[in-house]
Design a protein. Sequence first.
Length: 490
Amino acid sequence: MNLELVGALEELEKERGISKEILLEAIEAAIVSAYKRNYGANAQNVNVSIDDQSGLIKVYAHKRVVEEVEDEAEEISLEAAKRVDPSLSLDDTLEVEVTPRNFGRIAAQTAKQVVIQRIREAERALVYQEYSDRVGDIVTGIVSRREHRNVMVELGKIEAILAPGDQMPADDYSQGSRLKLYIADVKEHTKGPQVVISRTHPMLLLRLFELEVPEIYSGVVEVKAVAREAGIRSKIAVASRSSDVDPVGACVGPRGVRVQAVVSELRGEKVDIVAHSESPKEFVANALSPARVSNVLINETEKSARVVVPDNQLSLAIGKEGQNARLAARLTGWKIDIKSEEQMAQIIAQEAFQRAVPKDDEPEVAQSDEQQELNNVDVDTDVSVEEPEQPVQSGDEAGADAEEENGIPEEDNGSESELEELDETDYSNLGRIEAFKARLNRAQKSQGSGNKERQTKGKKPTPEDKKGDAAKVLHDLSSLKTFFGGDKEE
């Protein structure tokens, strides 16, 4: 019987991976519990010894040597103790074998239950230790069944739950399907360890590339950042530690074989592979791939970037519902604002106007409906303007009069050429500002003189007349971009 016990322990060690020593400790604890239940002994005074070769079980009780015995389970007389060991004296402890001949049915059942419980605990500890060391790794699981919205996946020794938030919409979760899963966490519960797996985790993309690209696994190519919207689109930034290896080409593979294997595993999810750069300007431009970028303006303080793209690339840079721009921002860690070249030109012109024309100190007066209509006139509209009659002056005299009215001193003939040679970004140059203000004042006075002439003739200015006068003023403002050199590329 005892030899059969040793053989059974060896079989359990092979099948379930539990060492025989752990099982022997469980059996010893079971026998102590059964002995205490049946014989009422103190378990602290009892220990069990099992020979791992023969399977012989012996139970020993620790008894104290006394003159008169009051509790036979815990005490032994001095006379009986000296028969075992003559060197013993009062208050010494003697280990006496108390192996029961037959534990009985209750004792055997108790031992069985304790052994089963200890075996389960040992299995749980092994599973927890195995999978806790594999957190952040990728495993292959087999779908066993579906319970409501959860998917039960067999991982070998344990069954994991794939929650709805970790499932991809395009996956096939029919019974027997094989899936590659990312181990996100391992938690201990009363029912055993729980392995948290995911199909939507961004690091799943990294682990799949490690499986398909030897350069990433060996460390020659390094994955710097990953941004993912599971089942739709992902971006991955890679860099090479060797000048002889192209990181993007290594990930794509010959004829795209490597990246296609990753896309196939992710059920058609689009993957953009971009080159990482230490320069934020270059990295942001690469992250917006496949859109072409004209220029990137970096704000280090706010960690934001304003990206200028061609007009026909604006929708591609932003992506469907802003997806491309959103993934690029996650990948780079920068706040990205995308503008087309036309929008950027308008912003430059507006900023130049705000710098060139100082704001009036007087409070703003509420405008009438007709005035608001005049302000909304399109400067490109071809509107005829009725010019007031003025005495004919030569070009030099007219220019001199305009300069005297606006307080601009006369300059020699080379002043205009000197203004043209000024740096196009030097908006603080006083000569350019004063010259533009002179042009603006001439246009405004022209508008006022036209209205006065109509009033002296007894005619009320019509909305068309006012549009014509406003068109001249606004047309002068529209030339600000060209006047300050805004058409030139930086």
